[in-house]
Design a protein around this ligand. Structure first.
Ligand code: GLY
Length: 335
């Protein structure tokens, strides 16, 4: 089965997505510059750069780009970028309009990390449209990293965030339809969780990342995925690079996915190689890979980008001065 997403193709299915921001000088051949054979940018890819998961990343990148092109920070860019997806009621996997848990509650997970290794996160947060901004407040205004549930909501309200009904008519209807056939059993279904993860490298050469989701649709009440877990859904180390994950959060948590990608880059892997090894680890640790879609993006300190996934269909949005593109990730398995 191919993914349900309409891809904006720039290459063949499963095309390599190994891009280079700094090494793609005009006098280099594509091979030397680590440019994929099926992605031939008309212009060199340059810093600043922002990359994010899935087609919803295009609009999110647009917002992030307004910050980056004005010389703003990667941190401001990723927050502004993913807020667009969180506030989109048509998007059923992030923020407002996200599909609920099996009891009908929309519960949100998000985290953010900057170039000083500061980080903040919220888990199981209800009624707040932009959890990424609450996560940033946790990072900046508290001595903690992660607030969850009622405490996170209380904190958000104290900080002036407004209570919102996140269950839209569309997501309520989808949930009610699911209830008819589900026998109340949550199922891992790759159709139902498409986190937005975003990584940016700013003009100053600093990295930041953000990750936000409504999690797996129709999950057990109280379930938290990888997206608010620093090291799983997101990791940034300004000495090396940044990585984020999308897909089945349980698999990402088991393998400390994003931290592993960054650590592999520290030990000399390119972003692409690091993503491939993290995917290989997911595959080796799971006997049953049914619906076990996971995708990673990595961005190194020099602006090189990689992405890889277990199954076909993962794509990333990339934006720099000269490009606004969707890139299909390489993958290991057809559906
Ligand atoms: N990756 C999002 C989740 O599993 O919740």
């Amino acid at each position: 089965m191919k993914s349900r997403r309409e891809f904006i193709k720039i290459g063949t299915v499963g095309g390599v997505a190994l891009l280079s921001a700094n090494s793609c000088a005009a006098d280099q051949t594509p091979e030397e510059a680590n440019v994929p054979v099926d992605f031939e940018p008309s212009q060199p890819i340059t810093k600043p750069i922002v990359v994010s998961t899935w087609n919803h990343g295009l609009d999110a990148n647009k917002a992030a780009w307004t910050v980056l092109e004005a010389g703003g920070t990667a941190l401001d860019a990723v927050e502004k970028g993913v807020r667009v997806t969180e506030s989109d009621p048509e998007n059923t996997s992030v923020g407002l309009g996200g599909l609920p848990d099996r009891d009908g509650n929309v519960t949100l997970d998000a985290c953010i990390m900057d170039h000083h290794s500061n980080c903040g996160a919220v888990a199981y947060l209800q009624h707040i449209e932009n959890p990424i901004s609450v996560a940033r407040k946790v990072m900046e205004d508290t001595p903690h990293v992660l607030l969850a549930g009622d405490g996170a909501l209380e904190f958000a309200l104290d900080k002036g965030f407004k209570k919102t009904n996140l269950l839209t008519a569309k997501s309520k209807e989808a949930w009610e339809n699911w209830l008819k056939e589900s026998e109340y059993q949550p199922q891992i279904n790759s159709e139902n969780h498409d986190t937005i993860g975003m990584l940016a490298l700013d003009e100053e050469g600093n990295l930041a990342g953000a990750c936000t989701t409504s999690g797996m649709a129709y999950k057990l009440h109280g379930r938290v995925g990888d997206s608010p877990i620093i090291g799983a859904g997101l990791f940034v180390d300004n000495e090396v690079g940044a990585a984020c994950a999308t897909g089945v959060g349980e698999a990402v948590i088991r393998t400390a996915g994003s931290a592993i990608v960054v650590e592999l880059m520290r030990h000399g892997k390119t972003p692409q190689e690091a993503c491939e090894e993290a995917v290989a680890r997911i595959i080796s640790k799971h006997k049953d890979l049914t619906n076990m879609q996971v995708g990673f993006i990595a961005l190194d300190k020099n602006g090189n980008v990689g992405c890889h996934s277990v199954y076909a269909g993962f794509n990333i949005a990339l934006r720099d001065k000269n490009h606004e593109e969707m890139v299909d990730a390489k993958y290991e398995k057809e559906w």
